[in-house]
Design a protein around this ligand. Structure first.
Ligand code: ZN
Length: 573
């Protein structure tokens, strides 16, 4: 349900970690695919646990799925206190990392890692926080290892779903308890703050220490309240304080937050942390662009009836460099955007904050998008594949969720209700195309000076191939297939049969952006479920031509995700 809520909220533009990659999109192709991290689908390799005296063996090729990237950031604008604080926050994050190991794996991590004979195998286990491949449905890759439990280590291994469903003890279903059996075999709920008391006390003390070093009063308050929250499991006051912060140069997301690791019920929150440095220049630019939304709304290429709503301009959307990932956020595929808090009561009161992680996008750009472009984009256009364009396209996707229409114009209620299960892919498709429309407009207005329009177009085209890899079972995957086929039909890119390369045709691309924007906005405003079903049936499939490109990309051994080298030493702290 939680995942469902996220999709819904994302499509409503409340949450929009939308363009981001996460556990859902890149790796596991979950149907909902909100780019918030989820873990893999049901385990495949089921083998019984066998005691073996010799070192364990396994499949080390899963390391090929990851490209290594160093997490750094420019800290030159920070004071000595702020730098010292980052080091303290990283220490606290590492405690979250240990706690997540306990939630995901259960056994003694260090002893297990030592038992593995091979350095590559150890690395593979570390990336996955256990011997199960998070990019392949949690299949065990250590020979003979048991399958991963759907409920990870949050529940007894012998738990039956009905036991949880039938329980009258509400604490059993809490986000912040472990479920265990007492001596009579009855289920009991053990609060995280009891189970992990010592570790949480240490983390709490570190956050208090960080609060003393903090210069921004809002951040100081948040850190103090978060220190309390870790040892009480009462997170709301700190969530509210987090939403109140506006001017902090440093941020930290820390605690038990997402529930994707619990694939049995999605009840249990997993520990994680991100230590973040705000990108002040980009954050300022974003605020400036959001201010153009009302004007851009009026100029949308669709009849007036479909653009009567007034978009909000006070989006809490900022860019950051991540300098440390820990726990759930660091396991398997890496999120490039965060949208929090999850607490609906805080959302209603304060909204959510969207954090775009620029250096991690850079990682995916360099390690994944550029290699993809080298396979499928015409050589003469590869110079137009730029990080600036990739980042801008991603950011404008987020801003563009605010454009268009939320309510149908014919009394069918909200677009969301009228379009049912098609609502998410169509909303994501809208944000993609209107994001590009915004880029075009702002570029013509002279507001977006960096780069040529062709950079944005060509990088956008290459991005479609990257996103189609998410699979047609994800909202993003479907949106990208529809758009690819639409562009192909309109001649927005030329295909060379011999080389298999694609080249943008700028004039036709411009026309296709306008006509596709109109088509989507009309379908949304009309709440036309039938028309969209038909469109998806006819044009939502991967064509042989597109399949060929995907085969080329997959055959080239391009990594699926990134793994980080990180820590204080990478930041000269
Ligand atoms: Zn989105």
């Amino acid at each position: 349900m939680r995942n469902h809520t996220l999709v819904l909220a994302c499509a409503l533009g409340l949450l929009s970690a939308c363009q981001s990659d996460d556990k859902a999109t890149e790796a596991n192709q979950k149907p909902s695919s909100t780019e918030q991290k989820t873990t893999a689908s049901a385990p495949k390799a089921v083998t019984s646990e066998v005691d073996k005296p010799q070192p364990a063996t396994g499949d080390v090729t899963i390391l090929d799925k990851y490209a290594t990237f160093e997490l750094t950031s420019d800290l030159s604008h920070l004071s000595d206190n702020q730098k010292a604080m980052i080091a303290v926050l990283i220490k606290a994050a590492r405690i979250m990392d240990d706690l997540f190991w306990r939630q995901a794996f259960g056994e003694d991590k260090n002893r297990y890692l030592k038992s593995l004979g091979d350095e590559s195998l150890r690395k593979a286990v570390e990336i996955n926080y256990g011997p199960w491949d998070r990019l392949n449905g949690d299949a065990a890759f250590i020979n003979g290892h048991r399958a991963k439990s759907l409920g990870a280590e949050f529940y007894p291994q012998d738990i039956q779903k009905s036991e949880i469903e039938n329980t009258e003890n509400a604490d059993i279903k809490s986000l912040y308890t472990l479920v265990e059996r007492d001596s009579q075999g009855q289920l009991i709920a053990v609060p995280y703050h009891e189970k992990y008391k010592d570790s949480l006390q240490q983390a709490s003390d570190l956050l208090k220490q960080a609060a003393e070093l903090a210069e921004d009063p809002g951040f100081k308050k948040y850190l103090s309240l978060r220190a309390e929250a870790l040892i009480t499991d009462d997170f709301k006051p700190s969530d509210l304080a987090w939403m109140d912060m506006k001017n902090n140069a440093i941020d930290v997301v820390i605690g038990p937050i997402e529930t994707y690791e619990d694939q049995l019920f999605g009840y249990k929150a997993a520990y994680e942390a991100y230590v973040l440095i705000k990108d002040l220049a980009w954050s300022e630019k974003l605020a400036k662009f959001a201010a153009f939304l009302p004007q851009l709304q009026k100029e949308l290429p669709v009849a007036d009836a479909y653009k009567t709503e007034t978009p909000g301009t006070d989006s809490d959307l900022n860019a950051y460099d991540a300098v440390y990932y820990a726990g759930h956020s660091n396991a398997g595929s890496k999120t490039i955007a965060i949208n929090l808090p999850n607490d609906e009561s805080v959302q209603l009161e304060k909204g959510t904050r969207r954090l775009q992680l620029k250096n991690v996008m850079q990682a995916k750009f360099e390690k994944i998008l550029v290699p993809i472009a080298d396979q499928v984009v015409a050589p003469e256009q590869r110079k137009h594949i730029t990080f600036n364009a990739f980042f801008a396209n991603t950011m404008f996707h987020e801003v563009a969720h605010g454009l268009g229409i939320k309510n149908t114009i014919n009394d069918k209620g909200t677009v969301r209700t009228a379009l049912k299960e098609h609502a998410s892919p169509i909303e994501e498709g809208k944000a993609d195309i209107l994001g590009l429309y915004m880029v075009e407009k702002l570029h013509h207005m002279g507001e977006l000076e960096e780069g040529e329009l062709m950079d944005y177009y060509t990088t956008f085209m290459a991005g479609i191939f990257r996103s189609v890899r998410f699979g047609s079972s994800s909202a993003h995957g479907v949106a990208n297939v529809l758009r690819f086929n639409y562009f192909a039909d309109q001649g927005a890119f030329d295909y060379n049969e011999t080389t298999g390369h694609y080249a943008v045709n700028p004039e036709k691309m411009t026309a296709a952006i306008a006509s596709l924007s109109e088509k989507i906005l009309k379908h949304q405003g009309d709440g036309d479920y039938q028309a969209i079903s038909q469109w998806m049936n006819e044009k939502g499939q991967i064509t042989p031509q597109l399949k060929k490109a995907l085969d080329t990309i997959n055959g080239a051994g391009i990594p699926v995700d990134v793994d980080f080298k990180q820590g204080p030493h990478k930041l000269d702290l």
